[in-house]
Each structure stands twice: as C-alpha cells, then as structure tokens.
Write a protein that binds this ligand. Sequence first.
Ligand SMILES: Nc1nc2c(c(=O)[nH]1)N[C@H]1C(S)=C(S)[C@@H](COP(=O)(O)OP(=O)(O)OC[C@H]3O[C@@H](n4cnc5c(N)ncnc54)[C@H](O)[C@@H]3O)O[C@H]1N2
Ligand code: MOO
Length: 395
Amino acid sequence: MIPVQDALEKVLALVAPLEAETVALRDALGRVMAAPAIAGLNQPPFSASAMDGYWLAEADHQPGARLKVVEGEAAAGRSFGGTLARGQAVRIFTGAPVPADTGVVVLQENVTRSGDTITLPETLESNHNIRPLGQDFTKGESFHPKRRLSARDLGLLAAMNVPEVAVHRRPVVAIIATGDELVMPGESPGPDQILCSNNFLIGAMAEAAGAEVRMLPIARDDAESLRTVFALAQGADLVVTSGGASVGEHDLVGTVAAELGLERAFWKIAMRPGKPLMAGRLGDAAMLGLPGNPVSATVCGHLFLLPMLERMQGLEAGHRLQQAVLTDPVGPTGPRTHYMRAKLTPQDGALPAITAFSNQDSALLGVLSEADALLVRPLGDGPRAAGDIVGYLPL
Ligand SMILES: Nc1nc2c(c(=O)[nH]1)N[C@H]1C(S)=C(S)[C@@H](COP(=O)(O)OP(=O)(O)OC[C@H]3O[C@@H](n4cnc5c(N)ncnc54)[C@H](O)[C@@H]3O)O[C@H]1N2
Ligand code: MOO
C-alpha cells in the first residue's frame, strides 16, 4: 500500500497536457486555453461617452455657464465629425466617440435647456464621464488564464475580437464496468444481480470535468470478455475500469491488463475506501482501475481521476483540502487515510461545520448522494473531539 500523495504523483506522471485544438468562441465555455489570445484592438477603441448628455470643452466646464448647442450629434456607432468653438456644446449619447480626447460630458438631466442653449449647474460633477481609449485593454495585450474559461472570459475574448480559441483537447475517457452481477438501468436484474451504477457516476464526474466519455459494454468476470472490451477502448486517452480490482479469483482486471501490456505504476493504496486502486500505462493510454464498490470508485475518482483530467487539460492538478469544524467526535484511524462521507453546514463568518455520516459502508449510494464533503482523516490519526478543526475535500 502506497500513501495517497505518492499515488497522486504517480497517476499524474501517467498523463500530460493534451495538444491544442481550435474551437469557436461559442464552444469554448469550460475549456482551458492552450495558447494566449491577443487583443486585436484597443477597448474602447476610442474615448467614449459614458452618459447621455452634452459634450463640451474643458475650458467651458464652468458653474452656471451658458453654451450654444450646435447642429448634429455624436451617437454610438456615429461620431460627430465636426469641431466646436469656445462656448459651444454638442449633443452626445452613451457609447459615442467624443469629439476630442479632452473635454467633459455633462448629463442631460443636470443642465437646463432652452431652445439651443444649455445652462450648466452651479455645482459641477468632478467626473468627466468619458471612458478613455484602451482603458479596458490595449491592442496586442495577451490573455491566457490558467483556468476553465468562464462566461465572463468569453465576453472578454469577444471584445478582444478573438472568434476562435486554442484550447487543450478534451481527454477521451473509456469507461468499463466489470462484473457478472451487473445489468444496466432499465433491464430486469436476475435474483443475484445488481444495477451498474458506477458507469453513470464515474462517467458524469468525468464529463463534468471536461472529458469526452465513451461508455463501453459491461465486461464479464472472464478473461475473454475483458479482452474484448479492453479492445474497444482503443484510441482513448484514459481507460477507467471499475470492479475486479481486489484479490478474489474473479478479480481479473489486473491479470488481463498485464497480459495486454499494462506497465503498472502501483496497485493498492493506504486509503479507505479505495484500497485496491491500480494505475499504469496501457499502450497509448493511461489506465485507472477503480474498485467496484461505488463509494470506493467515487472517492478514487475524486482523488485521482479528476486530477488526471485536470492535468490533461492543462490545469494545475491536485487536492484542495479545506478546513471545517467537527460537530461530533470521530474515532482514531488505522493504517489508511480515511475519506469519510460527510455533510457540511455553513456558519456565519466562521469555518463550516462538518458531520460524518454514521454508516461509512463503501456500498452506500444513498449516503454518497447526501454527502457534500469527504472528511479527511490522516492515517494513524488519533480520535478527534467535537470542535476540532479538520480537513475536508468538497464533493
Ligand atoms: N479478501 C479481501 N477481500 C476484499 C479486499 C481485500 O483486501 N481482501 N478488499 C475489499 C475492498 S476494500 C474493496 S473496495 C473491494 C473491491 O473489490 P473489486 O474492485 O474487486 O470489486 P468487485 O469485487 O468487483 O465489486 C465490489 C462490490 O462493488 C459492486 N460493483 C462492482 N461494479 C459495480 C458497478 N459498476 N456498479 C455498481 N456496483 C458495482 C459489486 O457488486 C460488489 O458488491 O474488495 C473488498 N474485498
Ligand atoms: O477500500 Mo474498499 O474501497 O474500503 O471498500
């Protein structure tokens, strides 16, 4: 059994950031940029009015000044074009280019207009209400956030006149459930059978983390069936199996994968649940052999599959341990780090409170669905009392 941190380093060494592909800006949400985008222009491209009102020269911006409003106007998309003499003002609207780089926009509701004359108020605003050219970004500026692109990022890229973005290719993940007892939802299980939940759980986790998932047929607990399904995984970047990872006679995943050339990085981790996890390189793909128990598969998915997917997409990969306060005591841990299913309760202005579920059986999907955190109990840790600060991983 190797420690979790060592296992994390080993699984991350099995993968690398995937090559870039170009996608339309419209399809770039949640993707990770593989190269910087360069602003094609200044934003704003001209000094622009921030308000509807009148533009005038700075020298004419005096309390109570009376100014003549000239013919014409400056509107968004249509500049004024003319020039103003002293004592003149021009009608201007929000987003319009200002007639000259200096000057002031006075809000229309702050002047008194009579015919073609406006009178400025006795108390003037200090704000000139002009957005200077390039105040948002300048032409040639580069943008390369090391995170998933958000809706706000897409807005920025659009404003930069970047219609297509170079992003890391999505990892293709082949998912293989193994077991004679498994049937798919919608089928009628025989008396000794159960439903295959892992594919849905792990598949959805991978998709939510940016992967393209290929759901393969269930492999039976015999070498022939496993070989057939492994062959269908050809071309995937990552092959994720579940079940058949332990030590029983029917646990054949390791044996068959070895026969197919698995260069095993490790098998068995000092963690609970998830002990029988295996990982390695299988041809051109990385392989992660998850334990069959759905909770064990999920915990391993959070601890290893998600970081692998992050790394393949060019993200910083790892576990982001957070802190919470125990509501109830927990017992000592044994020789494995224990990831306990737990519930968080937010606390005003303080760390959240965390409560471990009383039943930690690694087959309980109901508890897993209710849980929103894994309370992390380091191996060899003593008992902890209510009020102690502990680490957790959000689910
Ligand atoms: N003698 C020992 N027995 C076991 C050990 C051990 O160290 N010595 N380890 C236990 C631990 S810990 C785990 S975890 C399990 C993992 O075993 P496998 O990875 O070989 O998984 P299976 O035996 O195939 O299945 C375990 C359990 O999960 C159910 N399962 C499997 N696949 C799915 C699926 N796709 N969807 C839903 N449920 C699934 C399966 O029916 C079993 O109930 O081994 C312990 N044994
Ligand atoms: O490690 Mo097993 O994953 O405890 O049920």
